[in-house]
Design a protein around this ligand. Structure first.
Ligand code: PEP
Length: 251
């Protein structure tokens, strides 16, 4: 069964006092939204806070990155078992900011997705093309290469337990959203790519759209057949915006 999901990506924002208000607000309101799962992916230091406030709420929490290694002398890294220890349900892997600013390539992203699955958590695998790639007619080639690397590593069985987030790089944090039709076209293409390997997995795969989603444009995006919810950056830091976006994902 495809899940409707709206996940917030807080990026490197927040502090204890602000988070508390936001998390309590989300916890209080999310229960009233039927059929849609809500989650927040917070910076590592706030996982404990997220767990203590969200534990009984039905809202999931998770991280924005993880090490591909299990443990050892890797100063500054955080392992999948540490995230599992904090009750994380989701881990974002391959966000475009990690790919571009921290040089994470397709293979590393795929290995991280496998590590997340091995701890029974759900990777939210981000893929998406840059503006140059879109303008050069490369969108399909880029997203199928990025997703293909992940399928190569985890198989369609692993993909079945994962979430894919299509996030065109040119739309992230820019205020420039893909039109519902542009986003739907890529989602449908990706579902078709997966279908060529496993039609059941393709049918069940939860695919999120991300890139400047706001309360004002969420409903039109989420009404598209192959868009099952959103990965929300900036707007997830505003309680009213985020809750309106979650509500917009109800079919
Ligand atoms: C993101 O960080 O994944 C994202 C989609 O950001 P924004 O919503 O701010 O564009």
């Amino acid at each position: 069964m495809r899940q409707r999901l709206v996940a917030g990506n807080w990026k490197m924002f927040g502090n204890s006092a602000r988070n508390q208000l936001l998390l309590e607000g989300v916890a209080g309101q999310a229960a009233s939204i039927g059929q849609v799962s809500c989650a927040v992916c917070v910076p590592f230091p706030y996982l404990h806070q997220a767990r203590s406030i969200l534990a009984e709420s039905g809202v999931g929490w998770g991280a924005q990155n993880v090490s591909q290694r299990t443990e050892g002398a890797f100063t500054g890294e955080v392992s999948v078992s540490m995230l599992a220890d904090f009750g994380c349900r989701y881990v974002i892997v391959g966000h475009s900011e990690r790919r571009s600013l921290f040089c994470e390539g397709d293979q590393l992203v795929a290995v991280k997705a496998r590590a997340v699955l091995e701890q029974q958590m759900t990777p939210i695998v981000c893929i998406g093309e840059s503006l140059d790639e879109r303008e050069g007619g490369m969108t399909e080639a880029v997203v199928s290469r990025q997703l293909g690397a992940v399928i190569e590593e985890i198989g369609t069985a692993g993909l079945h337990k994962s979430v894919v987030a299509y996030e065109p790089v040119w739309a992230i944090g820019t205020g420039k959203t893909a039109t519902p039709e542009q986003a739907q076209a890529v989602h449908a293409y990706l579902r078709n790519v997966v279908s060529e390997q496993d039609a059941d997995v393709a049918r069940d795969l939860t695919m999120l759209y991300g890139g400047s989603v706001k309360a004002a444009n969420a409903a039109a995006l989420f009404a598209m057949e192959d868009i099952d919810g959103g990965l929300i950056g900036g707007a997830s830091l505003d309680l009213n915006e985020f809750m309106s976006i979650c509500k917009a994902a109800v079919r």
